[in-house]
Design a protein around this ligand. Structure first.
Ligand SMILES: NC(=O)c1ccc[n+]([C@@H]2O[C@H](COP(=O)([O-])OP(=O)(O)OC[C@H]3O[C@@H](n4cnc5c(N)ncnc54)[C@H](OP(=O)(O)O)[C@@H]3O)[C@@H](O)[C@H]2O)c1
Length: 269
């Protein structure tokens, strides 16, 4: 049987790297990406340069995989970043645009580049890395939550459109994962004294939780499960906490969920 070809964006660290490794171990031929291209060190997958905010860069990376193999069977849209915990009004419009440009429009660019080839082959899988904040927004993470809601909405629409062409789309929704994610947070660019205390309290709480969170392998395993499923689900949580939050969101009364979010972050009620 021919080996399947996977392209994983943002595979230089964290969830993307763990996913690229897991897929390679499972027999896929994997191309990971980084804005810095291939770095030194041994990897079980190839690395390509890619900045998902640039259409030219997206075209170049996709063309390179197609030149080498003639097809892409699995696209994992993982590249993304967060803004450090801050009030919504502490980020400028430029900052809002920047986070959408990577977390959401990056996925749109990759999808537009890859889908025509998958359509021609009559098959393909697209797996988007969302977040529990894509169904349960968190205060002081408004922009990031908004990007992940956009990812969830886009993924669901796309799956409806493409299933009759042999292409399925899933979104993987982890809670906190222990990666360099918080080290790569973009600082809010319009900070206000008004929020200084709550900003540092939420930041401290997030750091505490990330310290005890699942490793990225948990998400990688879920990606492999979704990619291998004969009938993939639209949404997969990854890890125990994400599963519990999804149940809470689905079945608990809204008031209880609202109070639970504030209690967890130690916010005044
Ligand atoms: N960690 C968590 O708690 C958590 C929870 C839920 C969801 N997620 C999601 O999981 C994904 C991966 O996050 P992570 O935790 O693994 O963080 P990470 O270790 O910081 O990895 C982020 C990856 O994205 C790449 N990237 C960033 N901007 C890019 C751009 N413009 N073009 C191409 N690649 C870009 C980075 O590559 P280079 O810098 O090398 O280009 C890096 O490989 C993100 O979508 C994040 O929202 C994370």
């Amino acid at each position: 049987m021919e080996t399947r070809i996977a392209l994983v964006t943002g595979a230089s660290s964290g969830i993307g790297e763990a996913t690229a490794e897991r897929l390679a171990q499972a027999g896929y031929t994997v191309y990971g990406t980084s804005r810095r291209g291939a770095q030194g060190g041994q990897r079980t997958f190839e690395m390509l340069p890619l900045d998902v905010t640039s259409e030219e860069s997206v075209e170049a990376a996709v063309s390179e995989v197609l030149r080498l193999h003639g097809r892409i069977d699995l696209l994992v849209n993982n590249a993304g970043f967060g803004v450090a915990p801050a009030a919504a009004e502490e980020s400028s419009i430029d900052q809002a645009r920047a986070i959408f440009d990577t977390n959401f429009f990056g996925i749109v660019r990759m999808t537009r580049a890859v889908v025509p080839h998958m359509r021609r082959h009559g098959s393909g899988r697209i797996i988007n890395i969302g977040s529990v904040l894509g169904f349960l927004p968190m205060p002081y993470m408004a922009l990031y939550s908004a990007t992940k809601h956009a990812v969830a909405g886009y993924s669901e629409s796309l799956d409806h459109e493409l299933r009759t062409k042999g292409i399925r789309v899933s979104v993987i929704e982890p809670a906190y994962v222990k990666t360099a994610f918080d080290a790569n947070f973009m600082a809010p660019d319009a900070p206000l004294d008004e929020y200084r205390e709550v900003r540092s309290a939420v930041d401290k709480r997030v750091k505490e939780v990330v310290e005890n969170a699942d490793g990225p392998e948990v998400v990688a395993e879920t990606v492999l499960r979704a990619a291998s499923a004969a009938r993939p689900k639209l949404r997969y949580t990854a890890g125990g906490l994400a599963g519990r939050l999804q149940l809470l969101r689905r079945f608990a009364p809204a008031g209880l969920v609202d109070a639970g979010v504030r209690k967890d972050l130690r916010l005044a009620t």
